[in-house]
Design a protein around this ligand. Structure first.
Ligand SMILES: N[C@@H](CCC(=O)N[C@@H](CS)C(=O)NCC(=O)O)C(=O)O
Length: 206
């Protein structure tokens, strides 16, 4: 049995739980992080010295970094679906996973901290505007890409979609002015038809 450490409303935990649900892999999930705390408990730090979630535990095997976890799950349980054997096909998907983690996650995190988790009277409009501008710039790249392909992963749903969608969900769920990104919106609507997406991703954001 796989154990996933991390609260269910973290976007990085959602990626992992969604991937498991898509592949019908049984797992147990343990709430930690956010209001549950415990990230700096010595027992958790022994598993993940970064004191962040998610973390996967499978007997003695421990794995952290959400995208590394998705790759592992897909390779182990999704060879015929989420983990293409064609190297170029897989690299094109992994490119987007890295892009989401390196480029999109930092401004989304900044936005979450400075807007969603900060009371209105304490918000800094400049920081909020900067993070929103960066998110928009990046999502326009996604929108352009999605004008030529059905999914971020290509013709078929895959790991890149799993990496991006929980972050896109956050951005689409908050009350801010957004530019029109019709291809991204079409892609998002497609994902909302997936039961595992509804169950894992479309939950209360805070
Ligand atoms: N690069 C890491 C980032 C992990 C990360 O920043 N996780 C956030 C939640 S999305 C976290 O642990 N925040 C502290 C908390 O939830 O208490 C990954 O993709 O796994």
């Amino acid at each position: 049995m796989l154990t996933i450490w991390g609260r269910k409303n973290s976007s990085n935990v959602k990626k992992v739980l969604w991937c498991l649900e898509e592949l019908s892999v049984p797992y147990q999930q343990i709430d930690i992080g956010g209001k549950f705390g415990k990230l700096n408990d010595p027992e958790y730090l022994r598993m993940n010295p970064n004191a962040v979630i998610p973390c996967l535990q499978e007997d003695d095997f421990i794995l952290w970094e959400s995208n590394a976890i998705i790759r592992y799950i897909a390779a182990k349980f999704g060879k015929d679906s989420l983990y293409p054997s064609d190297l170029q096909e897989r690299a094109s998907i992994e490119k987007w996973m890295d892009w989401v983690g390196c480029n999109l996650f930092p401004p989304i995190k900044q936005f979450m901290i400075s807007f969603v988790r900060t009371p209105e009277e304490q918000r800094d409009p400049k920081i909020i505007a900067q993070s929103l501008a960066e998110i928009e710039k990046l999502l326009k790249i996604v929108d352009n890409t999605l004008s030529n392909q059905q999914y971020l992963s290509g013709d078929k749903f895959g790991m890149a979609d799993i990496a991006l969608a929980p972050l896109a969900y956050l951005w689409l769920s908050v009350e801010v002015e957004r530019p029109s990104l019709p291809n991204l919106e079409r892609w998002y609507q497609l994902l909302t038809q997936r039961p595992a997406f509804k169950k894992i991703v479309m939950i209360e954001i805070n």
